[in-house]
Design a protein around this ligand. Structure first.
Ligand SMILES: NC(=O)C1=CN([C@@H]2O[C@H](COP(=O)(O)OP(=O)(O)OC[C@H]3O[C@@H](n4cnc5c(N)ncnc54)[C@H](O)[C@@H]3O)[C@@H](O)[C@H]2O)C=CC1
Ligand SMILES: O=C(O)[C@@H]1CCC=N1
Length: 268
């Protein structure tokens, strides 16, 4: 199921990755329009406009930076009619803010993707205001082309989910980089260390996704008693070092979401 006319307002890293993902999943290019003044081109068949047209769309996806919404909302409202579903990937921008800016839309949906939408492998957290059952089904089918949908019952954990699955790739890339640079510091060729680290994480994640065992159990299975892995895990586990570092990282990212929500309300 699709939206016959789908507008991206802002199509940079995130919007662009979503568009690439939908095109790769077989969505017709002709259904997509991009409004992004800094974009010079669009994929074949996708319409690029230099200002918002005088017509409404079935769906509008906000892919701008969160702090821009207050200034742009009145202009964006021109492409939103009573049938339009507004999707927002804006970190920290709450449904209440979207409801205030776009009261005449059919529904507002916060979506938290990550850059893996480009290859159809992102977790997508969604929470909505105003969607009926059919609208929810349509959104689920459409977004399933670029990842797997997880609807949340309300917004209370949305910032935490953003930290986990939206920001998460950034944290994982940092860990991969630390593995590669640690091995390089110990004498391995830098490029080879990076290749090994990336392939190892790709395979480990794919296996965890298929496995009947939890990640904790899988770690236990890698570590032979008295062997090498256990010695390494002991370093990560000493004083709960890795777990508390990662929890602090998630909390810091989550709490920034609440600050951004306040900033967005002030600008609205
Ligand atoms: N980058 C990521 O991994 C993720 C980003 N997000 C959210 O995605 C949104 C966009 O982030 P990125 O794509 O990373 O930033 P970005 O800077 O790459 O994209 C923003 C786009 O907005 C465009 N833009 C600027 N002024 C505009 C205007 N007046 N009208 C239309 N477009 C305009 C820019 O040219 C740019 O292409 C943010 O709200 C962020 O919270 C959410 C999840 C993950
Ligand atoms: O850093 C940010 O604010 C956004 C949210 C998730 C990923 N990027």
């Amino acid at each position: 199921m699709t939206y016959n006319s789908f507008m991206f307002v802002g199509c940079g890293n995130m919007g662009g990755a979503m568009l690439d993902g939908w095109l790769a999943a077989g969505q017709p290019a002709s259904t997509f329009t991009i409004s992004d003044p800094y974009r010079e081109d669009a994929p074949d068949g996708v319409t690029l406009v230099d200002k918002l047209p005088e017509k409404t769309f079935d769906a509008v996806l906000l892919g701008i930076k969160p702090h821009m919404l207050g200034d742009l909302a009145d202009d964006i409202a021109k492409v939103i009619g009573p049938e339009t579903v507004v999707f927002s990937v804006l970190a920290g921008t709450q449904l209440e803010t979207l409801d205030e800016h776009f009261p005449s839309s059919a529904a507002r949906v916060r979506v938290m993707p990550n850059l893996a939408v480009k290859i159809g492998k992102a977790p997508l957290a969604l929470v909505e205001s105003g969607l009926d059952e059919a609208g929810r089904k349509r959104a689920t089918e459409f977004f399933s082309g670029i990842g797997s949908c997880e609807w949340l019952p309300d917004e209370s954990q949305f910032d935490l989910v953003t930290a986990l699955s939206g920001s998460g790739p950034g944290f994982v890339y940092r860990f991969i980089d630390a593995l590669a640079s640690g091995a390089a510091a110990q004498g391995l060729d830098e490029a080879q260390a990076q290749r090994l680290a990336v392939q190892m994480v790709e395979g480990a994640a794919a296996l965890a996704a298929q496995s009947e065992h939890s990640p904790a159990e899988l770690a236990r299975r890698v570590a032979s008693p008295g062997g090498m892995t256990q010695k390494g895990l002991d370093v990560l586990d000493e004083n709960n070092a890795l777990k508390s570092l990662v929890e602090n990282c998630l909390v810091a990212a989550r709490d920034r979401g609440a600050e951004m929500a306040k900033e967005a309300r002030r600008k609205g």
